[in-house]
Design a binder for this molecule. Structure first.
Ligand SMILES: Cc1ncc(COP(=O)(O)O)c(C=O)c1O
Length: 395
C-alpha cells in the first residue's frame, strides 16, 4: 500500500480520549467509576440558548450560512472582543466563527504555518496543541514551565527560544491543565519580548469566563502586539455548550481571511442552528455564566480542602478553569510515572484522572472539578487510600 501522510502519522492521538474510553469500559463492566477526567461543564446549556436553537429550527434557519458565520453573530462576537477584551481591531470582518475553539486554532495554524516553521507551546499544555501544529506542517517547540514560576511562561525562557524560525507562540490563560492565569503585568513583560520578534501570538482564552482570583486580561489588548495577536474564544466552557461546537476568533485581517478560506474549503459554515444558539448565549446567558462560575469556585475550594488532607501530594490552587494540578512527585519516587499512577487509580480504585504526560509534564495529575461535590469527596477518599497503599508498599 502507498505510504500514508507523514504529517498525519507524526501527530499524536488524544491521550485523554483513551482514558475516557477505559473509564467508560470499566463503568460498563459494572464498576462504580468516578471521573475527574472530564474537560467539560456538567451543567445543562442555559435555557435561553436552547430556546433560541428551537426557534431557529421552527423558523427554518436550517440552511447553509456565510462560511465565516452569520453577520449578526460575527457582530456580537466583535462587540464582545472590543468591550470585554479591549481588542481594538475586532470588527465583524475580522471575526471568524468556527466549529469550536479547536477548529478556530487549527484554521489559524493553517493560515500562518509554513514547512520549517516552529510554534512555541508552553508546557504543561492543552493536549491538542502539539498535534495541531504538526498537522499544520510546522514543528512544535515545547517550553517547560516550573512550579516556582506558577507554571507560567517566563520572559527569559521565551527570549531564549525566539529566532527567525518561530512563526507563532501559543498562550493559554486560564490554562488547561494548571488553571494558571497571566496578570496584566506578566503579559506586559511577555509582550515586550514578543514585540521584538516577527511572529504571531495565538491567545487561547476559552476559559476566560471561569476566572476566580484575578481578572482575565487579553494579550491582544496590549498595543505593542495587538496587530499580531489572534484571540480565540468560544461557547464551549463558558456557556456549557461543548456539544454545540461554536468557537470564534479575531486577529489580523490577512490571517482571518486566509483562515476563513481554509474553513470555506474544509467544513463550510458551523452548524446554522448552533450559530443562532451562540448568538443567544452572548446576548442573554451572562446570569447563567455567573451562577456556573460560582458553583465551580465552590467546588474548586472543596477539592483543595479535601486534597490538603492527603499526604505526599500537593495541589496548586487554580486561578481559573475547572482543574486542579496535583503534584504527585513525592509519591512516585524514581519507580513510577504519573501515567502508571493514574492507571492504578483507575484500575484499582475506579477514579479517572489525566496524567501529566498527556500535557507534556510527568509527575502530576489533572483533576477536574466539573463534577458533583459528592463525586469529588468519593474520588479524593479513594486517592487517599491509594496513596496509603503505595506508602505501605514502599515501607
Ligand atoms: C485550552 C483549550 N482550548 C481549546 C479547547 C477546545 O474547545 P472547543 O470545545 O470549543 O473546541 C479546549 C477544550 O478542552 C481547551 O481545554
Amino acid at each position: 500500500m502507498r505510504a500514508l501522510s507523514g504529517r498525519v502519522l507524526a501527530a499524536s492521538e488524544s491521550q485523554t480520549l483513551a482514558i475516557a474510553a477505559r473509564a467508560k469500559a470499566l463503568a460498563r463492566a459494572g464498576h462504580d467509576v468516578v471521573s475527574l477526567a472530564v474537560g467539560e461543564p456538567d451543567f445543562p446549556t442555559p435555557q435561553c440558548v436552547c430556546d433560541a436553537a428551537v426557534a431557529a429550527i421552527a423558523q427554518g434557519k436550517t440552511r447553509y450560512t456565510e462560511s465565516s458565520g452569520i453577520p449578526e453573530l460575527r457582530r456580537a462576537v466583535a462587540e464582545k472582543f472590543r468591550r470585554e477584551n479591549q481588542l481594538p481591531f475586532a470588527s465583524e470582518d475580522s471575526v471568524l466563527v468556527s466549529c469550536g475553539a479547536k477548529h478556530s486554532i487549527m484554521n489559524a495554524l493553517h493560515a500562518i504555518c509554513n514547512p520549517g516553521d516552529r510554534v512555541i507551546i508552553v508546557a504543561p499544555y492543552w493536549v491538542s496543541y502539539p498535534a495541531m501544529v504538526t498537522l499544520a506542517g510546522a514543528e512544535p517547540i515545547v517550553v517547560e514551565t516550573t512550579p516556582e514560576d506558577g507554571f507560567r511562561l517566563c520572559p527569559d525562557r521565551l527570549r531564549q527560544q525566539l529566532d527567525e524560525r518561530v512563526a507563532c507562540v501559543i498562550l493559554n490563560s486560564p490554562c488547561n491543565p494548571t488553571g494558571a492565569m497571566y496578570t496584566r503585568e506578566q503579559l506586559d513583560e511577555l509582550a515586550a519580548v514578543l514585540a521584538e520578534h516577527d511572529c504571531y501570538i495565538i491567545s487561547d482564552e476559552i476559559y476566560e469566563k471561569l476566572a476566580y482570583t484575578t481578572p482575565h486580561v487579553s494579550i491582544g489588548a496590549i498595543a505593542s502586539v495587538a496587530d499580531r495577536t489572534i484571540t480565540v474564544n468560544g461557547c464551549s466552557k463558558a456557556y456549557a455548550m461543548t456539544g454545540w461546537r461554536i468557537g470564534f476568533m479575531t486577529g489580523p485581517r490577512a490571517v482571518i481571511e486566509q483562515a476563513a478560506k481554509v474553513q470555506s474549503q474544509d467544513t463550510s459554515n458551523p452548524t446554522t442552528i448552533a450559530q443562532y444558539a451562540a448568538l443567544a448565549a452572548l446576548e442573554c446567558a451572562e446570569p447563567d455564566v455567573a451562577r456556573m462560575r460560582e458553583r465551580f469556585a465552590e467546588r474548586g475550594r472543596l477539592l483543595l480542602e479535601l486534597l490538603a488532607r492527603v499526604p505526599l501530594v500537593r495541589a496548586y490552587p487554580p486561578d481559573g478553569a475547572f482543574y486542579v494540578w496535583l503534584d504527585v512527585r513525592p509519591l512516585l519516587g524514581d519507580q513510577m510515572s504519573s501515567h502508571q499512577l493514574a492507571t492504578r487509580l483507575l484500575e484499582e480504585f475506579f477514579v479517572a484522572t489525566v496524567p501529566g504526560e498527556a500535557f507534556g509534564m510527568n509527575g502530576y495529575l489533572r483533576l477536574s472539578f466539573a463534577t458533583s461535590e459528592d463525586n469529588l469527596a468519593r474520588a479524593v477518599e479513594r486517592l487517599r487510600r491509594l496513596v496509603e497503599t503505595i506508602a505501605a508498599e514502599k515501607r
